[in-house]
Design a protein around this ligand. Structure first.
Ligand code: CS2
Length: 486
């Protein structure tokens, strides 16, 4: 049984200064914990949070309301040491669904002068951008809806924009918009989503968004598996915690934020947040080293028959593949501030992946690959090719992803692919096979930028990996990555 340190919530939370969109497990175990520690340090806080779920998990919102916004976060450093924190900063929880009264409540809350920051964790697809180019997808049904009905928005960019429009009309200064999703240059991408949507509705509003709204970038990091029955049982048995809104996560947590908050912010640095002028090197490092390895483990690991991240990284062949990917295909593409230790970072990541107190499903990471691959693998692959370097691990990852998205599981049952392009994948799988199927995937321009998809060295590498996977099978292919020893 682990040693449990229990930290109750103390201190009074004042007005709501932050509105958050995306009340998922990650928000509850990351941003909310930093704000909770801020609250406890000061014995009170003017940074209460209103958090809204836009379309998923109404039950959680109702549960949190019953609990007056209080819930627990179990931070597992390892099997032996756990901190169980009570979180008390969540003052309001909303479920927006398809419009209705709570959308209006949310918009009013966002438009209120007390709201100084709006944060988002709505996942990559929530921004309605093309993953390959970062431009707003005007053919996205949510975007089409929001252009036609700006005052009853459905998408996250549409909700942010409508709240900003109300503030501008009322002469209230714009809140700061802080994106906390795993996208490259995530502040700029969010700015593109909101301003490009505004340009479709009202060019003057678009100009105002570009001139008057701050969209700082951020790098967020904490491994927070989705809660499932096994995780709730673990909490009950090990920690005597019976909270249906609880979250389990690792002990590690990192947040790097571009320091640009015109209406003020909590003194986050006291809680260990790195406030910097340029967040991009940190974000790129994390996306390619951590998330890139995660996706590689997910697609190759599922094919190898694993269920959880910790099992996959304990498979010696997979561990070697990940070491090689980080050292030879991710690190060489990074331009880090002096003194950064990428080899140390890589070892730390492998240790975090091996934390077997977390039941982190590979399939959770495999979700939404079409939205994740560009920033995790493809931007780096372009740089590798520019440097004349090979990319065998990335190519194997892409081959495994294509396999995962188009082929049945080993036992013949259908693969449960969870991705906005799922129907497209199924269509391609029905029409093509072998080399033609790989070509059809590489032609998906939402995922593969033309500049990469047209490069012969890239195409060859992916074709070679797919052919080897089909011919030799993963079991024979993986040991060939053993030449790298670290
Ligand atoms: C994971 C991330 O699900 C995924 O795609 O790679 O959620 C990852 O666990 C976090 O970014 C860690 O900070």
């Amino acid at each position: 049984m682990p040693v449990v340190k229990r930290v109750p919530s103390t201190g009074a939370v004042g007005e709501i200064g932050i509105v958050h969109l995306g009340l998922g497990a990650f928000h509850r175990a990351h941003q909310a914990v930093y704000l909770q520690r801020h609250l406890e340090r000061h014995g009170g806080s003017e940074w209460g949070v209103c958090s809204a779920n836009l379309r998923s998990n109404r039950t959680l919102v109702e549960q949190l309301r019953e609990q007056d916004g209080r819930y627990h976060v179990a931070e597992y450093r390892d099997r032996e040491q756990v901190t169980l924190r009570e979180i008390g900063v969540l003052r309001q929880a909303l479920y927006v669904g398809e419009g209705g009264a709570e959308l209006e409540q949310l918009l009013q809350r966002m438009a209120a002068p007390q709201t100084r920051i709006v944060t988002l964790t709505v996942t990559e697809k929530g921004y309605c951008l093309s993953p390959a180019t970062g431009r707003l997808r005007l053919d996205d049904p949510g975007v089409v809806h929001d252009i036609a009905h700006p005052q009853a928005p459905r998408t996250a960019p549409g909700i942010v924009l409508e709240a900003l429009r109300r503030r501008r009309a009322a002469g209230v200064a714009a809140f700061t918009v802080l994106c906390c999703d795993n996208m490259p240059d995530n502040g700029q991408r969010t700015r593109e989503a909101v301003s490009a949507l505004a340009a479709q509705q009202d060019p003057e509003l678009a100009q105002w968004v570009l001139e008057c709204v701050a969209f700082p970038g951020s790098m967020v990091d904490r491994i927070v598996p989705a809660m499932d029955a096994a995780a709730f049982t673990q909490l009950a048995q090990q920690l005597d915690c019976h909270d249906p809104a609880a979250v389990v996560c690792e002990g590690f947590s990192q947040w790097v934020i571009e320091d640009h908050f015109p209406l003020g912010r909590p003194d986050w640095e006291a809680e260990g947040v790195q406030m910097v002028a340029d967040v991009r090197p940190f974000e790129t490092m994390k996306l390619r080293m951590l998330n890139g390895s995660h996706s590689l483990l997910a697609y190759v690991g599922v094919l190898a028959g694993h269920t959880y991240v910790a099992d996959a990284i304990n498979d010696a062949d997979l561990a070697r593949l990940i070491s090689r990917y980080m050292a030879e295909e991710a690190a060489p593409t990074l331009d880090m501030p002096a003194g950064s230790d990428l080899a140390g970072y890589a070892s730390e990541l492998k240790a975090r992946f091996a934390n077997d107190s977390l039941q982190h499903r590979l399939r959770q990471i495999a979700m939404d690959g079409s939205q994740k691959l560009p920033q995790r693998w493809l931007l780096g692959a372009q740089q590798l090719l520019d440097q004349g370097r090979p990319m065998p691990c990335t190519a194997l990852g892409i081959a495994a992803w294509i396999h995962y998205c188009s082929q049945p599981q080993a036992d013949g049952t259908a693969q449960q692919v969870d991705d906005p392009l799922r129907a497209t994948f199924a269509d391609l799988a029905a029409r093509f096979s072998g080399e033609a199927l790989v070509d059809a995937f590489l032609a998906l321009d939402q995922v593969f930028p033309a500049a990469l998809a047209d490069r012969p060295a890239f195409r060859q590498a992916v074709h070679r990996a797919s052919a080897a996977l089909a011919r030799d099978g993963l079991g024979n292919l993986l040991p060939t990555f053993a030449t790298f020893d670290q």
